[in-house]
Structures are given as structure tokens and as C-alpha cells.
Write a protein that binds this ligand. Sequence first.
Ligand code: S3P
Length: 185
Amino acid sequence: MTLEEKVEHALKNIVLIGFMGCGKSAIGRRLAEKLNYPVYDTDSIIEEKEKRAIKEIFATDGEDYFRALETTTLEAFVNAGRKKEIISTGGGIVIREENIRLLQRLGFVVWLDAKPETVVERLSRNTDRPLLNTENPEETIRELSLNRRPLYESSSHLRLETDGLDFDEITTGIIESARYFFGTQ
Ligand code: S3P
């Protein structure tokens, strides 16, 4: 049996959390391909439902409104009770305590950890993140990521340092750990 097939037998969902620019969406797609699971992204679900971009939601209705949409999206996943899905999430999903409980009910929660320098490099030309629309985005990244570390820590079953690793190494690491996690549940 291949590693992917072994995981197939035991797996519920794999949920990816972590700071903006840590690679959740790309890794999510890669995992979905390898395991042949569907992949969802809470940001995309919210944009589709609201029929507008996240930066417009922030600009018009504010962050609290967006955070409530994140909770509703996670509740919908939990209520649907589906298995064998990859769910990648927005970087601030851990801010609400109720979301942490919802995340954990969904499956194996993986924190993709990246150094602020890596995030700065990846996001330097990106203007889609309203929270980084500040005078000094680098400083904002450092501050926000430091403040959120304990939240990612308490929300996740696994922390994976992604700096310097390629996508294949990261996805293999996640699949191996998921197999162990679901095998021992
Ligand atoms: C946010 C991260 C974004 C998006 C929104 C807020 C955050 O998602 O949900 O801009 O608070 O960290 P990504 O982590 O996919 O960039």
C-alpha cells in the first residue's frame, strides 16, 4: 500500500492554518492532488458567497463582519460532517476562540509556520491583504505574526516549519503525520 492509500483508509480532513503568505493555498492544492481529495479555501468561499473581494468586505463592513463570516464558514463545514477534504483557512481565523474549537472538530490541524522574513519576501508585491495596508507592512507582519503565534500553537495538532522546504517535502511531512494522527485517534 502506498503512503497515500494508507492515509485514505483512516483520514478525516486536513486543515491548514498559519500566517498570510505561509503557503496554505498552494500546499492545500498539492495535498489535494496527492490524496485525491477536494480542496476548499475559507477565503474563496467567503468571496463567492459575498460576491466581492476580501479587501472590499474589510473596507465596507470591517474586520468584525469578516470574522463572523469565517465562523459561519467553519460551522458549515462542521455541520456538513464531510470527511477526506483539505481545508485551507485565512491567516486570522484563529483570532476567535470559537473558531479554534471548530477547527479542531474538523480534523487534523496543521500550522504552516514561516519566519516573518519569508512572509515579507512572499508578500512584498501583493496588495490583496487589507491588514497589511499600513505605513510599514514589514513591521505589521512582524507584530501580527508574533501576537498570533500562541493562537496558532493552541489551535494546531502539528507545527511545520516551512522555511527552506519545498512543497513536496511539506506535503509528504503532512501526509505522514496525518496518517499517524488518524491512526492513533
Ligand atoms: C487575514 C488573512 C487573509 C484573509 C484576510 C485576513 C489575516 O488570508 O483572510 O485578508 O487576518 O491574517 P490569507 O492568510 O490566505 O492571506
